[in-house]
Design a protein around this ligand. Structure first.
Ligand code: PLP
Length: 289
């Protein structure tokens, strides 16, 4: 039996919590095969990003070309892009596969405050990649930032009409606005679809699960977007893919604090600031009992 291939284009996180590593674990945990193309190497641990080293554009393009000529890619997840050179190269690659679903997680800044997309690359992202995406998955701060950058700022209440106006200006057909950063008791994510190049809503659906109080939630956005890409590669509808991916992330988050790596000893106060990754293999636990 062959496995569907899901390509992750993202940054390298040596601590294993986010980026390519989170995507790779997610894709395999959900029964697909992970192809991974690195945009930049980060130096980081559970206490934050220390440095970012973008890869040469030619090395990035060569990875895409090597995979593109050998694998049938079922879906693509895009995370940290680092700079405009990677975006332009990726946009050209995507032109060769117009029907492959693309899920784009607009990774702009790490939780610890390091820029993961060079600010001057934002316009290139908007013009060259967003119109090609099947689904854009921003959290609220990312959505507000994108909206502001195209001159249609959103207010905190985020009305549907403002969002659809913004989607139309960005050329985005399907949006999953994640609620993880809101204060609501349930972490509601809002899936909004419009007809291409109009503000006519074709789908508006909320996905809600109880909010979890978890210390180790690094790479949650990466995991969600990779899981959605897997389910799209498996032939699910957008709504099914989001529902199943959210359930996967919820369980991986619920078990994150009990399944951390063995860390070096530091003071309790410092240890409380650690942000490790999720437990991606919660589904396989029964295999080891
Ligand atoms: N991708 C990479 C490579 C990263 O290093 C990070 C954050 O450090 C992220 C994505 C975003 O991770 P998070 O969802 O925890 O903010």
């Amino acid at each position: 039996m062959s496995l569907p291939c899901v390509l992750s284009v993202a940054g390298f996180d040596p601590s294993g919590g986010a980026g390519l590593q989170a995507d790779c674990k997610t894709i395999h945990a959900l029964g697909a095969y992970a192809l991974t193309v690195v945009t930049a190497v980060t130096a980081q641990n559970s206490r934050g990003v220390q440095a970012v080293y973008p890869l040469e554009d030619a090395a990035f393009g060569a990875q895409l070309a090597a995979l593109g000529e050998d694998y049938q890619i079922g879906a693509i997840k895009i995370g940290m892009l680092s700079d405009a050179g990677k975006i332009a190269t990726l946009a050209r690659f995507l032109e060769q596969m117009p029907r492959v679903p693309v899920v784009l997680d607009p990774v702009l800044v790490s939780t610890s405050g390091t820029a993961l997309l060079q600010p001057e690359a934002l316009q290139t992202l908007i013009t060259q990649l967003l119109p090609r995406c099947t689904l854009l998955t921003p959290n609220r701060p990312e959505m507000h930032y994108l909206a502001e950058s195209i001159g249609c700022p959103l207010d905190q209440a985020t009305h549907q009409s403002d969002l659809t106006h913004c989607m139309n200006k960005l050329g985005v057909k399907n949006l999953l606005l994640k609620g993880g950063h809101s204060q609501d008791a349930d972490a509601g994510d809002w899936l909004l679809s419009t007809e291409r190049n109009t503000e006519t809503v074709t789908q508006s659906q909320w996905f809600r699960l109880p909010r979890l109080k978890v210390q180790h939630a690094h790479g949650t956005g990466c995991t969600l977007s990779a899981a959605i890409a897997v389910h799209l590669a498996q032939g699910q509808t957008l709504s099914q893919a989001v529902a199943h991916a959210k359930h996967f992330v919820h369980s991986a988050l619920a078990q994150a604090d009990q399944n951390q790596p063995l860390y070096r000893h530091i003071t309790t106060a410092e240890a409380a600031k650690r942000r490790g990754g999720l437990h991606h293999f919660w589904k396989s636990d029964s295999l080891f009992e």
